[in-house]
Ligand binder design. Structure first.
Ligand SMILES: NC(=O)c1ccc[n+]([C@@H]2O[C@H](COP(=O)([O-])OP(=O)(O)OC[C@H]3O[C@@H](n4cnc5c(N)ncnc54)[C@H](OP(=O)(O)O)[C@@H]3O)[C@@H](O)[C@H]2O)c1
Length: 302
C-alpha cells in the first residue's frame, strides 16, 4: 500500500528484496493469516503506537520455508518449514508477500505433516489466547467466560482454556452456538441481557473473563466475576485497568508458538479456517475480516 485507507488501497506490486539481518530468517511465504490489526494498520489506526513507513506491506502472521538465514542464526536452517508472529517495533515489511525477513526470536519450526496454511493461521491469535489465559491465571476447575469465542483469538482461547481443565462459557451469535458446543463450550448470545444469561449458567459468577470485545461486554465485568475473579483483555487499557483487569498486547514468543504448533499437529488444537484468498486478493481478505463476523481465521495464500 502506498497510502492509508480502506482495504482496497492494498494492491500487488514490486518492492525491494527484504534485508536479512544477522539474526533474521528469510522466509519463502506459503501463507499469511489476516488479523484485525492488519486492516487497522491499513486504516492508519496504529500510527500512534508504532512508526509506519510507506510503501508498506501489511501482515504479521506467516508460514513458509526458510530461504536464507543471517550469520548468527542457529535455531533454524535453509529448507526448514517455519511459522512466526512477526510484530516488530515499526511497520513496513509485512508478511503478505512472496518473501519476508523475520527476526529469529519470533520463528518456530512447523511439525512434519502440518499444512503451512494451518500453521499460518495460528501465530498471532494462538499466542494472544495463551497469553490472555496466563494473564488471567486460568487453571483447572475454573469457569471462564470468553467474549467472542468463535473469532480468531476466541476459537483458540476456548480450546486452550479447556486444555487447562477449565469450563468455558463463550459468547457468539446464535448461528455459531452449535460450533461452540462442538468445541466443548457452553454458548451464550451476546448483547442485551448477557449478564442474566451468564449468571443462569454460573450463578455465583465466573472465575475469569477473557475479553476480546470491549464496550458493554467489558463494562459488565464486575457483574460477571465471582469474588476473586480475574479479567484479562486486549481492549481499552484504561477501562481494563478501571475494572481491575490485566491488559495484554501479544508478544512474539517462539517457544510458546512451537508448543502451540505441536498441539495443532497432534490434533488437540483445531484451526478453523473460514476462507483463503490468493495474494493478489489480499485486500478482499482484509475486507472480509473487517466485517467482524469471521468464524476462525481468514488466510492469504502465496
Ligand atoms: N491486544 C492484542 O494483543 C490483540 C491481539 C489479538 C487481537 N486483538 C483484538 O481483539 C479483537 C478480536 O480479535 P480476533 O482476531 O478474535 O477477531 P475476529 O476473528 O475478527 O472476531 C470475529 C468474531 O467476533 C464475533 N463477534 C462480533 N461481534 C461480537 C460481539 N459484540 N460480542 C461477541 N462476539 C462478537 C463474531 O461472532 P458472530 O459472527 O457470532 O457475531 C466472530 O466470530 C480485535 O479487535 C483485535 O484487534 C488484540
Amino acid at each position: 500500500m502506498t497510502e492509508f485507507g480502506t482495504p482496497d488501497v492494498v494492491h500487488t506490486g514490486e518492492v525491494d528484496e527484504p534485508i536479512v539481518g544477522p539474526d533474521s530468517v528469510l522466509i519463502d511465504v506459503a501463507a499469511a493469516s489476516v488479523n484485525p490489526v492488519d486492516w487497522k494498520i491499513v486504516g492508519g489506526n496504529l500510527q500512534g503506537a508504532f512508526p509506519h513507513h510507506l510503501p508498506l506491506v501489511p501482515g504479521w502472521d506467516v508460514a513458509g520455508t526458510v530461504l536464507a538465514v543471517g550469520p548468527a542464526v542457529r535455531e533454524v536452517a535453509v529448507g526448514d518449514r517455519v511459522a512466526a508472529y512477526d510484530r516488530e517495533d515499526h511497520v513496513q515489511h509485512g508478511t503478505f508477500a512472496e518473501r519476508t525477513a523475520v527476526p529469529v526470536r519470533a520463528v518456530a519450526r512447523v511439525p512434519d505433516g502440518l499444512e503451512l496454511v494451518q500453521a499460518a493461521a495460528l501465530p498471532l491469535a494462538g499466542l494472544t489466547a495463551e497469553q490472555l489465559l496466563d494473564a488471567a491465571t486460568v487453571r483447572a476447575g475454573d469457569t471462564v467466560l470468553v467474549h467472542s469465542a468463535t473469532g480468531g483469538v476466541g476459537s483458540f482461547a476456548t480450546q486452550l482454556a479447556q486444555h487447562r481443565g477449565a469450563r468455558v462459557i463463550g459468547t457468539a451469535s446464535e448461528a455459531n452456538h452449535d460450533v461452540l458446543r462442538a468445541w466443548g463450550a457452553q454458548p451464550v448470545t451476546y448483547g442485551d441481557g448477557l449478564v442474566d444469561r451468564v449468571r443462569a449458567l454460573a450463578p455465583s459468577g465466573v472465575d475469569a473473563v477473557i475479553d476480546l470485545i470491549g464496550g458493554d461486554a467489558l463494562a459488565a465485568t464486575p457483574q460477571l466475576l465471582a469474588e476473586g475473579g480475574r479479567l484479562a483483555a486486549v481492549t481499552d487499557p484504561e477501562v481494563v485497568a478501571q475494572v481491575g483487569g490485566t491488559y495484554v498486547f501479544v508478544r512474539p514468543d517462539a517457544d510458546m508458538l512451537g508448543r502451540l504448533l505441536t498441539r495443532v499437529a497432534d490434533g488437540s488444537l483445531l484451526v478453523d479456517i473460514a476462507e483463503t484468498f490468493p495474494l493478489d486478493r489480499a485486500g478482499e481478505a482484509l475486507a472480509r475480516s473487517a466485517e467482524g463476523h469471521v468464524r476462525g481465521k481468514v488466510v492469504v495464500t502465496v
